[in-house]
Write a protein that binds this ligand. Structure first.
Ligand code: OX2
Length: 815
C-alpha cells in the first residue's frame, strides 16, 4: 500500500487532548482532575480507536465486495503485547499523544504502564501470529485473525524464597479493556457431544448433547501507514443457560450454575504448554470451539444474508492458515458444514476443503505433534470422527492407487483406529504444508513427514519466520530507529526492511560506529534503570549484557548456559583466571516453564540460586553477575532486546524449528552465539560467518551420537571444567549445602542428557574466549553488530507474508 493512502496527520496535539477529555467525560464520567493514569489510558485508547474506525469499516467493506481473496489466520494463540503504543504508531498519532498527555498533566510512561499486557500466547508461536497480522494489515492484505479470548492468559511468574517458579493466574481483564469490541449480535452456536443418526434419505444428522454461544470480541489490527485496519476476532464462550431456575429454586445454587460454568470454562484459560500437548478434553473443546465459530463466521461474512450460498466459491473468498495442529479439526468441520448443513456431496466438499486449508508446522519434536484419542473425539465430536474415518478410507485407497506399499500406508495412517494424528490430517486435508525456517522445512520433508513428502512432494514449502520491525525496532528501540533513519536518509526501511543493507558501508565509518555504540550504551543505561525500578536489580551498564530469553525447555539448553557460567565462576574463585583478566559480564535470563515440567522448573531454581550465590560473592564482584527478571513477556522483551550485547541461541541442532528471538536481537544490534539450528542458519548466512559466534554439533553429528548410543558421562569425565561445574551443582554450593536439591537434574545430565548439553559444553566454553576478545575491541564489536542489523532485513514478517502470498495463499493486497 502506498503512503498516499496513509491517514494524513489527522489531528494536532491540542485536538487530541480534547478528544481524550471528551472520552473521559462522556465515556468514563470523570474530570481530568479526577482522572488516574489508568483513566487516561482508557480514554486515549478509545480516542485512537475512533481515528481508526473509518479505515476499519472501509477495509471490511472492501474485503467483502472486492475480488481479493482474504486470509483467515486460525491460531489458538495471539501474543499481542500492549496495544496503545502500537496503535498510536500505526495511526500516526504518537507525537500528538505524547504532547496531549503532557498537556493534561500526566506522565506518558504512567499512562502506557496502565495497560495490562494481554498474554494470550505461550511464546514464539503466539508472537509470530501477532507479527503476521500486523504485517498482513501493513501490506494491505484483507485478513482475519481468528482465535480465543482467554479470560486468563499465560500465568504470571513469580519466584519464591528458594528461587522456585510460582504460577499466578493472569486475570488480564480485571480493568476496563478498551480494545476488544464484544459483538453479541454476531455470535455463533457451537455444539458438542451427542450422537449421529441416519435420516430416512440415508444422510447423516448430528444430534449434539450441548451447545455454547461463541461471542466474537473484535480487535482492530491497524496496518502501519497502509490505511488498512484488519480484524482480530477472538471468541469468548458464553452459556445459553445462565442458570437452571428449577434447581436454583430448590436452593441448589452451585448445581444451578453448572451449565454456565461448563460452557464458560471453554475460553477460561490458555494452556500453559509450549511444544507439548496436554491430553485434555478441554483443549479439544477449545480447538473445536474457535474453529467452528470461525468457519461459520467466514460464511456469514462472505455470503451475507444468503441462505443457500454457493460454497464452491469459498476457496476464492478465503484461505485458512492452520497455525500448527491446534486448529486442524477445522478440516472435518468444513466437510461437515458443507455436507450436513448445506447438502453438498462428499467430493465437492472435499475439493473445497483441500483448497481452503494450509498447514504450518512449528516443531520437530514428535511429542509436540498432536495425537487425539479416537474415543475422545468420538465422545465430543461423533460426526467428525465418522468423517475422519471416511477421510482415512479415501486416503488409503488413494495411496494404494499411487502404488504406495502396505508398510508405508500403515505408517501414514491418519486414523489408526485408536487415535487421530492431526499433523497427518492437516497434511492430507490441505493444499500446502510449510516449515518455519529452511533447515526445519528440510527436516520436515526428510524426517518428520517423509512418507508424505515422498508421496505428495508438491505440497511442501518453506516460509522462514519473521518479526515486525514496527514493534521490535521502531517502538522498542527508538534511538536505533532514529540512527538508522539518519544513516539511510529515510524511514522507508520500516516497510521495506531490506533497505537496512544501506547501513553496511557505514560499518566502516568510525563516526557512525561510535554513534551506534552510544545508542547501545544509552539503551543499556535505560534497561539498568528499568530493572532497578521493576525488579530492584543493580545492573552495571558498563559490563557486557549477555541475554538468554525464551521458554524454558531442555532442548533450548538453558542448562548449557548455566553450566558454562558456573565453570567461569569456579575459574575466577579458584584463581585459575585472574580477576583482572575477566571481561565483566552481566548474564540475564528470562523464561517461563510449563507448570508441570519438572526438570525445567528445577533449572529455573538452579539459575536463581546461582544468581544469589554469584551476586553475593565479593571474589567476583564487578566481574560476573546473573539476573533473572521474572515474568518474561513482550513488554520485558521490548526493553531488554535493545540493551543486549550478546544473545544466546544455543539449542541442540535439529530441535528449534526457527526461533524469532534470534531475529529480534540481530535487528537490534546484538551479536549471537549459537548453534546451526533453526533460523540461526539463515541469520548466519546473511550476516556473515565472521559476524556470528558459531559452535557445537551439527544435525548430522547429533544423529550420529544418537545412533552410536550417546553417553554423557564420558564428557563429564573428560572435561575437568564441566566436571567441576556439575560437581558444584551436586555439592550444595547453590542449595545452602543441601546435596539433594538438584539431584534429579544432575542425574539426568549424567545418565540421559537427551539434548546433549554435555557433548556441546567444551565447544561452547571455548568460544567464550573469542567473544571476550572481540568485546575488548569495542569498535570492532560494534562494526559487526552494525553488519548484523544491515543484513537482517530479510527477517521482517512483511517478507514472510510476501512468501506466504506467493507460495501458499496466491493472493495479494487490496487494490
Ligand atoms: C515455536 C517453535 O518452538 C519456535 O522454534 C518457532 O520459532 C515458533 O514456534 C514460531 O514458528 N509451539 N511453539 C513453537 O512451536 C510449537 C509447536
Amino acid at each position: 500500500m502506498s503512503e498516499t493512502t496513509a491517514p494524513k496527520s489527522p489531528v494536532t496535539a491540542a485536538q487530541f487532548a480534547d478528544e481524550i477529555r471528551e472520552q473521559l467525560t462522556y465515556h468514563q464520567g470523570v474530570t481530568v482532575a479526577q482522572a488516574t493514569p489508568a483513566d487516561v489510558y482508557v480514554a486515549a485508547s478509545l480516542a485512537v480507536r475512533r481515528h481508526l474506525m473509518d479505515a476499519w469499516m472501509t477495509t471490511q467493506a472492501e474485503m467483502v465486495n472486492g475480488h481479493t481473496k482474504a486470509v483467515g489466520y486460525l491460531s489458538a494463540e495471539f501474543l499481542m503485547g500492549k496495544q496503545l503504543r502500537n496503535a498510536l504508531l500505526n495511526a500516526g498519532l504518537t507525537e500528538q499523544f505524547d504532547e496531549a498527555v503532557k498537556e493534561l498533566g500526566f506522565d506518558y510512561q504512567d499512562v502506557i504502564d496502565a495497560e495490562h499486557e494481554p498474554g494470550l500466547g505461550n511464546g514464539g508461536l503466539g508472537r509470530l501470529a501477532a507479527c503476521f497480522i500486523d504485517s498482513l494489515a501493513s501490506i494491505g492484505v484483507p485478513a482475519f485473525g481468528y482465535g480465543i479470548q482467554y479470560q486468563y492468559g499465560i500465568f504470571e511468574q513469580e519466584f519464591d524464597e528458594q528461587g522456585r517458579q510460582i504460577e499466578r493466574p493472569d486475570y488480564w481483564l480485571t480493568n476496563d479493556e478498551p480494545w476488544g469490541h464484544v459483538d453479541y449480535n454476531r455470535s455463533q452456536k457451537v455444539s458438542f457431544g451427542g450422537t449421529v443418526v441416519e435420516n430416512a434419505d440415508g444422510t447423516k444428522a448430528w444430534k449434539p448433547a450441548w451447545s455454547v454461544r461463541a461471542v466474537p470480541v473484535d480487535y482492530m489490527v491497524p496496518g502501519y501507514k497502509s490505511g488498512r485496519v484488519n480484524t482480530l476476532r477472538l471468541w469468548r464462550a458464553k452459556s445459553y443457560d445462565e442458570f437452571d431456575l428449577l434447581t436454583f429454586n430448590k436452593s441448589e445454587y452451585l448445581d444451578a450454575v453448572k451449565p454456565q460454568v461448563k460452557a464458560e470454562n471453554i475460553s477460561k484459560i490458555l494452556y500453559p504448554e509450549d511444544s507439548t500437548p496436554e491430553g485434555k478434553a478441554l483443549r479439544l473443546e477449545q480447538q473445536y470451539f474457535f474453529v467452528s465459530a470461525s468457519i461459520h463466521d467466514a460464511i456469514r461474512v462472505f455470503y451475507p444474508g444468503q441462505d443457500k450460498p454457493d460454497l464452491t466459491t469459498f476457496p476464492d473468498k478465503i484461505t485458512f492458515q492452520l497455525n500448527d495442529t491446534h486448529p486442524v479439526i477445522g478440516i472435518p468441520e468444513l466437510m461437515r458444514v458443507m455436507i450436513d448443513e448445506y447438502g453438498y456431496d462428499w467430493d465437492t466438499a472435499w475439493s473445497v476443503t483441500t483448497k481452503t486449508f494450509n498447514y504450518t508446522c512449528h516443531t520437530l519434536l514428535p511429542e509436540a505433534l498432536e495425537v487425539w484419542p479416537a474415543s475422545l473425539i468420538g465422545e465430543l465430536l461423533p460426526r467428525h470422527l465418522e468423517i475422519i474415518e471416511r477421510i482415512e478410507r479415501q486416503f488409503e485407497a488413494e495411496l494404494v492407487a499411487k502404488g504406495v506399499d502396505a508398510a508405508q500406508i500403515e505408517r501414514m495412517k491418519i486414523y489408526t483406529g485408536d487415535a487421530v494424528r492431526m499433523a497427518y490430517l492437516a497434511t492430507y486435508g490441505g493444499s500446502h504444508v510449510n516449515g518455519v525456517a529452511e533447515l526445519h522445512s528440510e527436516l520436515l520433508k526428510d524426517v518428520t513427514l517423509k512418507d508424505f513428502s515422498d508421496t505428495y512432494p508438491d505440497k511442501f514449502a518453506n516460509v522462514t519466520n519473521g518479526v515486525t520491525p514496527r514493534r521490535f525496532v521502531k517502538l522498542a528501540n527508538p534511538r536505533l530507529s532514529d540512527l538508522i533513519t539518519e544513516g539511510l536518509g529515510t524511514d522507508k526501511w520500516l516497510t521495506d526492511l531490506e533497505m537496512l543493507k544501506g547501513l553496511a558501508p557505514l560499518a566502516n565509518d568510525d563516526e557512525f560506529v561510535k554513534k551506534f555504540a552510544a545508542v547501545k550504551q544509552a539503551n543499556k543505561v535505560d534497561f539498568a534503570n528499568y530493572a532497578k525500578r521493576e525488579y530492584g536489580f543493580d545492573l552495571d551498564p558498563n559490563t557486557m549484557f549477555n541475554t538468554m530469553v525464551k521458554r524454558l525447555h531442555e532442548y533450548k539448553r538453558q542448562s548449557l548456559k548455566i553450566l558454562a557460567l558456573i565453570a567461569r565462576y569456579a575459574d575466577i574463585k579458584s584463581g585459575k583466571v585472574s580477576a583482572d583478566d575477566v571481561m565483566p559480564r552481566t548474564v540475564i535470563f528470562g523464561a517461563k516453564a510449563a507448570p508441570g515440567y519438572y526438570l525445567a522448573k528445577m533449572t529455573i531454581q538452579l539459575i536463581n540460586n546461582v544468581a544469589r550465590v554469584v551476586n553475593n560473592d565479593p571474589d567476583v564482584k564487578g566481574k560476573l553477575n546473573v539476573y533473572f527478571p521474572w515474568n518474561y513477556n513482550v513488554r520485558l522483551a521490548q526493553h531488554l532486546i535493545p540493551a543486549t550485547d550478546l544473545d544466546e541461541q544455543i539449542s541442540q541442532a535439529g530441535k528449534e524449528a526457527s526461533g524469532t528471538g534470534n531475529m529480534k536481537f540481530a535487528l537490534n544490534g546484538a551479536l549471537t552465539v549459537g548453534t546451526l539450528d533453526g533460523a540461526n542458519v539463515e541469520i548466519r548466512e546473511r550476516v556473515g560467518a565472521e559476524n556470528f559466534f558459531l559452535f557445537g554439533m551439527t544435525v548430522d553429528e547429533v544423529e550420529a551420537q544418537y545412533a552410536n548410543g550417546y553417553n554423557p558421562a564420558r564428557y563429564y569425565e573428560s572435561d575437568p571444567r564441566l566436571k567441576a561445574a556439575i560437581d558444584m551443582v551436586s555439592d550444595g554450593t547453590f542449595s545452602d549445602g543441601d546435596r539433594n536439591t538438584y539431584a534429579p537434574l544432575v542425574a539426568d545430565w549424567l545418565t540421559k542428557d537427551w539434548f546433549m548439553t554435555l557433548a556441546d559444553f567444551t565447544a561452547y566454553a571455548a568460544i567464550q574466549g573469542e567473544i571476550e576478545a572481540l568485546y575488548a575491541q569495542p569498535l570492532e564489536w560494534h562494526r559487526k553488530a552494525i553488519l548484523n542489523v544491515a543484513n537482517s532485513g530479510y527477517f521482517s514478517s512483511d517478507r514472510s507474508i510476501e512468501d506466504y502470498l506467493e507460495r501458499i495463499w496466491h493472493t495479494g493486497s487490496m487494490a
